[in-house]
Design a protein around this ligand. Sequence first.
Ligand SMILES: Cc1ncc(COP(=O)(O)O)c(C=O)c1O
Length: 341
Amino acid sequence: MTTININSFVRKNILNLQPYISFRDHNEFKAPVLLDANENPFGECNRYPDSTQKKLKQKLSQVKNIPANQIAIGNGSDELIDLIIKVFCEPKTDSVLMMNPSFAMYGFYAAINENKVVKLNLNDDFDIDKEFFLNIINANQLKIFFLCSPNNPTGNSIEDIEFYIKNFNGIVVVDEAYIEFSQQKSALALLGKYPNLIVLQTFSKAWGKAGARVGVAYASEEIINFINLVKAPYNVNSLSQDLIMKTLENTTEFNQSVKNILTEREWLREEFENLKCINKVYPTDANFFLVDFEDIEKVYENLTSGEILTSKRAPAIPNCIRINIGTRAENEKLINILKNC
Ligand SMILES: Cc1ncc(COP(=O)(O)O)c(C=O)c1O
């Protein structure tokens, strides 16, 4: 394991922050009378959720084979991105690095926290040029690198992730929101080796629970303690904690839906090949395609008026629309409109 002093990356005021501790969640009671939190004793969902998300972390610990004290749970991984910036970046002073193009929320939360964003332009294959990366990190003072793989909105996986973790003098967040759709090995296997690594995963994509808002960060115990320190105590509601527990207890639905999406991905890829309006379909390891169209305005207009909502990436990625894989009926509707474009 590489030795680094995580405290040296943490914001000064966070190092001295007093934790908010819910007494009941940090102690064991057999049948407590709960008169401590001004709740209503009647009705359903009347109690505050477990602020430590104990059961869910234990379950995730079993499933992922990672100790529970190396797991933090957020209100979606969106919240975890914000919390990670809050832990490590001094407002108005520190900068974060993100790939370009990549998931916009890294820049959004950096802006809210008044941190500068340095963009690492990807090459023509949407991968990172190592030399360019080394130049950028040498020329800038950077606290966090958000590395998204498979990347949104391009769909491809980044090669040799370990190289970036090893060479970055700061915190590397590997965002694996789409990992379950990919053959790529998860960076979770590198956690024991790199104390500056945080891996983000989510229940919003392959697990099909976007409405529950549950994301997970895996990192060293030290980093996880800082994330827990800055989070709102009751950030994940009881209904969502229960739902995700149930989802993890029976993974049949998960396995089936990933299988269906991968089948649909192949079906769509073949259908796209026969369409005249398409210039290029980028390779994807995720549940969406980035597609380059001959006449993007016409295509986008026809899709929207057919009430098919997609994500237009032009002008940032010229001529491109990101298209999510749907059910067979939805995909057929998409293809039928594209045939007439
Ligand atoms: C790369 C990436 N990370 C994180 C998220 C946010 O996930 P969550 O729903 O867990 O907040 C998304 C959502 O689109 C995403 O594409």
